[in-house]
Design a protein around this ligand. Sequence first.
Ligand SMILES: *Cc1c(COP(=O)(O)O)cnc(C)c1O
Length: 418
Amino acid sequence: MNYFNYVDNKLWCEEVPVAEVAKAVGTPLYLYSHRTLKRHFEVFDSAFENIPHIVCFSAKANSNAAILKIFINEGSGMDIVSGGELYRVLEAGADPGKIVYSGVGKREEEIRYALESDILMFNIESPQELEVINACAGKMDRTARISLRVNPDVNPMTHPHISTGMKENKFGIDIEKSLDEYRHAAKLDHIDIVGVDCHIGSQITELSPFIEALDRLKELIFSLRNEGIGIRYLDLGGGLGITYDNETPPHPQDYAKAIMDRVRDIDCTFIFEPGRVIVGNAGILVSRVLYTKAGADKRFVIVDAGMNDLIRPSLYNSYHNIQPVELKEREDILSDVVGPICESGDYLARGRVIPELERGELVAVMSAGAYGFPMSSNYNSRPRVPEVLVRDGKFYVIRSGETRADLTRGESIPDFLQ
Ligand SMILES: *Cc1c(COP(=O)(O)O)cnc(C)c1O
């Protein structure tokens, strides 16, 4: 459920016409609905109200400070994957005691920063990382709280690029080897084992992979407890999918129920790391049609947003609905909606039957709130676009668009070239 709706054939975000924002701010722009963001968080969080839990929003899905702050105000913790994200979430006011840190390539400097910040725990992804964290903590005279991120070898039945919990993926520690690794961790002086973690993938639209992973983790927890290794947190990661086209992912309440039915015999605090399910359908990318032209067997609609602004279609061949901001009587026509970037892979939709769009009109690229702006780049020297948040009848620029001067910031020409 979201608050992007047509009223009198015009697309609105809450009580603001999308065209009004585009006129004031210029295109392209990312537009988010505060009411949708808040609602999605509340629905997810309250689904688990009967068990001790922390929702740690996955900051990489959308790391704008204002958006993080909405969730922080709702009591959210944060799932981070870099020192940069730790900086962002702390700046936004996140409680360090609710921050979990995942990622296969944590640098020592990042580890020290996280130890200094006293985050809740590191989700460790390799035996070497465990040693490095132990050593860093020792030098700082601290103890690192950790979980091992185990790879349960479950097929999440999603796009291969966003599958993370299968044997061939780089993430986590093979579940078969994890018991030994925990035994080893238990002997380290500066390590405090507090949990077990997994994250099996993203845009998962079935319950069964989550359940399979949970069952494997439960077995591990019982084995650990038998050996006197106490587990206080069970982190089940994120990954719940959303509807982009005609997918029918489980509702967060069904997801929660399936999990809660299976964890009555485990006494711990549960951690969830949702990203996409919270922000995906709470944001759109608004773009203007620059040109249209007839191809050999389809029409090209050239818009002012490209793969540098929203890379998901190019990267994962993912589907985003493309809708005119103003509806009117017209034919549907087979089209490619493409950007201005000099790459054939630069498209937002390919071979799609959509209304016959005209030069100058606005289009909305739907479901762009997750992995949209954070994955954007300056490729082709295009300034990154503004982000705008609507709340009720008002809108707020929460990140201004970059200027041309931003494009060369930090570059310098050495003397010998002058
Ligand atoms: C990306 C990521 C998430 C969030 O995934 P979604 O599919 O957006 O819910 C959660 N945990 C980890 C470790 C991640 O890398």
